[in-house]
Design a protein around this ligand. Structure first.
Ligand code: ADP
Length: 398
């Protein structure tokens, strides 16, 4: 069965068509600048990227262009749209309502709408993508795969904030966690790689990209993760602050004359390694600066690594041990120095990196030494494949 995977943002949309039998990507690409001018990037497996500039006033037109490209007699990969068996949609926030992927019927879409308050930048855009696909493919089943779902197994002690319990009861203010599809995919794959049952492993997944989070997976279940009510909590990220004393916000607001919106803008867009370095949010730029002994780059990288190592330590405590540590996403997959830097803090656990093996980028590989007490993996994530698998499972009931 061919699955169309859609990750719809407010002005962009990423897509892939995956053959669920072979798990091969038949075609992939993105639509950018939806609502502005419009740009479609389309790439058939083994082919060159094709770029088409064309008006995309709405998501519906964008998806129509994607569908047209997929059935294009010259470069398309499908004979007709009937060859799409189902569409898997990434949905960012499922609140407490969704602990698993689900078929998107009218009631479910309403429930997702109700979670939109919790993710005002993401859920409405995700829903627009679903609605547009429904209009264009009315007979094709749609499945929602939630970033938050995997973390719904967190115990109360991990998901509650230390605030008036009434806020949880009234408004569901609690920690939800994100990147769940990635954490789930990577931790399962890690069990396969080390050849142990998923249900008997203690795994820590470090998803280190522009957005970054760490997850403790015990016996196949997420028991804690670093992001919270929103994706702002936890690690220092590309442009997001991660954990910060809430008191600092009041202080800053007064000093800089900022309102709440201004403070959130600072924490979301002008902080993280970008804010710390004033160089870039991209780790390649920071590593280049650090290589020239530029302290601004060094301090940002050191702070990022230190925060990540502290979270790993915390999750070793939470699980009373760890068998496998995985590094994934842009920096995790491509940053040997970052991986090594984090692992250097973990010597007390018997973590030992094999420097030769660690030279890997973007490939599955064991990067720990033979005598390391914990297996450390470089393990590329594949959220689209995970979404396609979930979609097939729901549609076929297997
Ligand atoms: P997101 O999906 O959250 O936008 P990604 O997982 O794509 O983020 O990660 C993007 C980040 O990965 C980039 O900002 C960059 O810092 C880092 N990255 C990508 N390639 C490399 C590389 N070769 N070396 C070091 N860092 C890299």
């Amino acid at each position: 069965m061919n699955i169309l995977v859609i990750n719809c943002g407010s002005s962009s949309l990423k897509y892939q068509v995956i053959d669920s039998g072979s798990e091969e990507v038949l075609a992939k690409g993105l639509c950018e600048r939806i609502g502005l001018d419009g740009r479609l990037v389309y790439q058939k497996a083994g082919g060159e990227k094709e770029i088409t500039e064309a008006d995309m006033p709405s998501h519906k037109q964008a998806i129509q262009m994607v569908l047209d490209a997929l059935v294009n007699p010259g470069t398309g990969v499908l004979g007709s749209l009937d060859e799409i068996g189902a569409v898997g949609h990434r949905i960012v926030h499922g609140g407490e309502e969704f602990a698993a992927s689900t078929l998107l019927g009218e009631e479910v879409l309403k429930a997702i709408e109700e979670c939109s308050d919790l993710a005002p930048l993401h859920n409405p855009a995700n829903l627009i993508g679903v609605r547009a696909c429904q209009e264009l493919m009315p007979n094709v089943p749609m499945v929602g795969v939630f970033d938050t779902a995997f973390h719904q197994t967190m115990p109360e002690k991990a998901y509650l904030y230390g605030i008036d319990y009434g806020y949880y009861e009234k408004y569901k203010v609690r920690r939800y966690g994100f990147h769940g599809t990635s954490h789930s995919y990577v931790s399962k794959r890690a069990a396969e790689i080390v050849g142990k049952p998923y249900g008997e492993l203690k795994t820590i997944v470090c998803h280190l990209g522009n957005g970054a989070s760490i997850c403790a997976v015990k016996n196949g279940k997420s028991i804690d993760t670093s992001m919270g009510l929103t994706p702002l909590e936890g690690l220092i990220m590309g442009t997001r602050s991660g954990d910060i004393d809430p008191g600092a916000m009041e202080y800053l607001a007064k000093k800089e004359g900022l309102d709440l919106e201004g403070i959130m803008e600072v924490l979301n867009k002008k902080s993280g390694v970008q804010g710390l370095s004033n160089i870039s949010s991209d780790f390649r730029d920071l590593e280049a600066a650090a290589a020239k002994d530029d302290h601004a780059g060094i301090r940002a990288l050191e702070a990022f690594i230190y925060r990540a190592a502290k979270y790993v330590g915390a999750y070793v405590a939470a699980m009373n041990g760890v068998d496998v540590i995985c590094f994934t996403a842009g920096v995790g997959e491509n940053g040997p120095d970052t991986r090594k830097g984090i692992c250097n803090y973990l010597g007390y656990l018997g973590v030992c990196i094999d420097d030769e093996a660690n030279k890997v980028r973007g490939e599955e590989r064991v990067i720990s030494a033979l005598d390391s007490k914990v297996t450390v993996l470089c393990l590329p994530t594949n959220e689209e494949l995970a979404i396609a698998r979930e979609t097939v499972a729901l549609v076929t009931g297997k």
